[in-house]
Design a protein. Structure first.
Length: 208
């Protein structure tokens, strides 16, 4: 059946779900664009830079990582810069940790943006589909009542599948939305852990 015909048979709920699907797609494309823009999926030089730092080749380690826009590398290079340029003792270490924590949180919040929107749409889409199905079933049974003994089984079955159409559309929107939202959250959680491990290595080595 043609797409336009499905939209007509699904009613207003299908139009709403279609709008939500377009919005979800725009969020996903935007977030992927941001991640590719900062080379988020490229090979990570953070480990090699930290190894160089621990081998006391600090200037070279900082130079290797300082110009990168990857969020983990930004935080690590920020930490390296202050350890190199400032005399960080135990008193100053606490303030450096606070600044590093603030910068990390700022970066993580930026990459977490719009994920709550995806989560809400993933929850609402199936409910909208179910609502459309309920309305469709009500309409189908009203037609049964009006037809009385002259009801045509094909007409009834046609009304039921049209009602179920909105549930199918709702699930079709919700399932990929859940997958994308889970993927982005897992990516951000991994980023958070990597930042914490990298910064801890630097500060522990400096204070030891």
């Amino acid at each position: 059946m043609e797409f336009a015909s499905l939209l007509v048979k699904g009613g207003p709920v299908v139009y709403i779900l279609l709008g939500l699907s377009v919005y979800v797609l725009s969020i996903v494309i935007y977030k992927l664009h941001i991640l590719f823009k900062v080379s988020f999926f490229s090979s990570d030089v953070t480990h090699s830079s930290i190894v160089m730092w621990l081998d006391n080749d600090k200037e070279e380690a900082y130079a290797k990582i300082s110009k990168d826009t990857h969020p983990q590398k930004e935080v690590v290079s920020f930490t390296m810069y202050h350890l190199l340029k400032n005399n960080i003792n135990q008193d100053k270490e606490r303030y450096l940790r606070e600044e590093v924590s603030r910068l990390s949180q700022e970066r993580l919040e930026y990459y977490d943006s719009n994920l709550d929107t995806l989560k809400v749409i993933a929850m609402v889409a199936p409910l909208l589909g179910l609502l459309g199905t309920v309305f469709g079933m009500i309409d189908a049974f009203q037609q049964m009542e009006m037809a009385g003994n002259n009801i045509n089984p094909s007409t009834l079955s046609g009304g039921i599948w049209e009602a179920l159409l909105t549930t199918a559309v709702g699930l079709s929107v919700a399932i990929p939305t859940v997958l994308f939202e889970s993927y982005f959250r897992a990516t951000n959680e991994k980023l958070k852990i990597n930042i914490e491990h990298s910064v801890t290595k630097l500060l522990t080595a400096h204070m030891s």
